[in-house]
Structures are given as C-alpha cells and as structure tokens.
Design a protein around this ligand. Structure first.
Ligand code: NAP
Length: 283
C-alpha cells in the first residue's frame, strides 16, 4: 500500500506534468539544466569531483571523468549509472600531457562533443611547515598536479570548444587562491596560479563563446580536508570557527556552485574565482 509520502510525491509529479503540458511549469519540476550535455571532470573519484559528477548526471548530463584510482572510478561511475545517470570513468593522470590529451579525445569520441569541463583534480601540500622547510620536490609535486593539470586540461578542452562554437570551463581554485595561509606555500601559490590561468583564459576566449571561471571553496568535507585537519591537529569544529557560516560546507553545495558557473544562468560571468567559502573572503 502506498505511503502518504508516496501519494504526495505522485500528486506533485502529476501537477508538474500538467504544468509542463500547459507551458506553466514552475520550480516544482525537477531541474534538468544539462540534459544531453557532455561534461568532463578531472578528479571525479572522490570528494568535490565525485559529488559534481553525481550532480551533473542527476540533471541529465553525460558525465566523463578521470582520476588515478581505477577501482574507485569504476565504482563511482557504476553508482551513477545505477541511479539512472550517464557516467563513464577513464583513468588519467592530469600531470601527464599525453594522458590529458587522450582523456579529452576519448570523451569526444564517445559523446561527439564537449560542453562543460571541470578541471578539479588537486592535491594538498604534503607537509605543513614554514617556507624555509618546504622542499622543491613538494613544490614541484603540487604544481604539477594543481597548475599543470589545469593548464593541460584547458589546453586540450579549448580547441574542441572552439571547433563547436562554445562551452564552459570551471576550474576548482580555493580560498587559498585569494589570501595567504601559513605553512602551505606550495598549495597556496598553486591555487593563486589557477585563479590567474582562469583570468587569462577567461579574457582570451570570452568572444568565442567559451566562458572560463573558477570557484574558491573554503573548508569542504572531503578526504582532502580530513587529511588536512589531521595534519594541522584541528577538529572540524575548530576549522569551522574561521568561516562566517561556522560550519564545514558539503561537497554537494560546491557541486551546485560549479553547476551554476557552467550553466546559462552564469552567462555574464567570465574569469572569476567565485567565493564559495561561506563568507571568508567577505571579512
Ligand atoms: P579529494 O577528495 O582528495 O579529491 C581530489 C581528486 O583529485 C580525487 O578524485 C583524485 O583522484 C584527483 N587527483 C589528484 N591527483 C590527480 C592526478 N594526478 N591525476 C588525476 N586526478 C588526480 O579532495 P577534494 O577536496 O575533493 O579536492 C578537489 C579539489 O578541490 C582540489 O583541487 C582541491 O584543491 C580543491 N579544494 C578543496 C577544498 C576542501 O576543503 N576540501 C577547499 C578548497 C579547494 P585520484 O586520487 O583517484 O587520482
């Protein structure tokens, strides 16, 4: 026997269908802003990228994503498909030019186009120490992933978007792209570079119908933040006190910001690093 909730849901669906038919659809109709759109995401095996893959797929997108952990990637893709979404995982390391080029080519070969690219893959600074104790090896490792990874992503995504007459790119920067944080110089500098690449690409391709933007998350509940909290010896409650909203943001909330920047709603937004920290950058 259907529950009261089932009946209410069925009732709402019937109302929505009627509204659609009458052309008076309202917010009651589920959003499908990305129906049939092809969305490429780097770093979709966990955290923000995984949530973003799920969220785009839930709005009808054909999601193609990478990460290095194959078992996890296949598991995430299978989970999305089990929920009725369209998702493909392909292993790629964003530090490797040939692999990034092959990733973009494989996405276009499978789906015939590329509408949205989310260059999200990133790593934190391996060690929380002051600058004179940082190593060149750590700087190189962080820059290779966070900066070269975003650079290579855009380098191979943009020609495809130029060829088809437009697209949207969203790069995951950070609050660290806008202010300094002690003891994480490699990460902090790399995210400033992501914001810089975003501004330059935003300017260079705006007239071609390709919008390039970034977003600046603050503290988001992902494996990266859990590792960072441990490295700093801080609890989530303590970290949250630095942010005006006094809480840790969820990966789903960040996925919504990425989708806004990728959507037609952000048609006038170019070259920005949008504050998604919950107020940190307004202080
Ligand atoms: P996460 O759970 O550790 O996810 C990082 C993702 O990047 C994983 O899917 C990882 O996949 C992928 N990745 C790392 N190196 C890669 C490589 N060489 N090639 C391909 N993929 C690679 O952390 P997250 O918090 O979601 O981080 C996502 C982005 O958000 C990063 O750019 C991060 O800097 C940024 N961010 C996070 C926070 C936060 O509080 N969590 C705040 C601001 C900005 P594999 O390990 O499978 O390769």
């Amino acid at each position: 026997m259907p529950s009261r909730r089932d009946m209410l849901t069925a009732g709402a669906a019937a109302v929505a269908a009627t509204a659609l038919a009458a052309g008076t659809a309202t917010a009651a109709v589920p959003h499908r802003r990305f129906d049939g759109r092809v969305v490429l995401i780097t770093g979709g095996t966990s955290g923000i990228g995984e949530a973003t893959a799920r969220a785009f797929a839930a709005e009808g997108a054909k999601v193609f994503f990478c990460g290095r952990r194959e078992a996890l990637g296949n598991q995430v893709a299978a989970g999305i498909r089990a929920s009725g979404g369209d998702a493909t995982y392909r292993r790629a390391d964003v530090r490797d030019e040939a692999e990034v080029r092959a990733l973009v080519e494989a996405c276009v070969r499978r789906h015939g186009r590329l509408d949205v690219a989310v260059n999200n893959a990133g790593i934190e600074s391996p060690r929380a120490v002051r600058l004179h104790e940082q190593t060149l090896a750590d700087l190189d490792a962080v820059w290779r992933t966070n900066v070269a990874g975003v650079f290579l992503g855009m380098k191979y995504e943009i020609p495809r978007m130029l060829a088809q007459g437009g697209g949207a790119i969203v790069n995951t920067a950070s609050v660290s792209a806008e202010v300094g944080f002690a003891t994480i110089a490699p990460y902090n500098a790399s995210k400033h570079a992501v914001a810089s690449l975003t501004k330059v690409a935003g300017l260079e391709y705006a007239a071609d119908g390709i919008r390039v933007n970034a977003l600046a998350p603050g503290a988001v509940d992902t494996p990266m933040l859990r590792r960072a909290a441990e490295a700093f010896g801080m609890t989530y409650e303590q970290i949250a006190q630095d942010y005006p909203i006094r809480r840790i943001v969820s990966p789903d909330e960040i996925a919504r910001v990425i989708m806004f920047l990728a959507s037609a709603d952000a048609s006038a937004v170019v070259g920005q690093d949008l504050d998604a920290t919950g107020g940190y950058l307004s202080a």
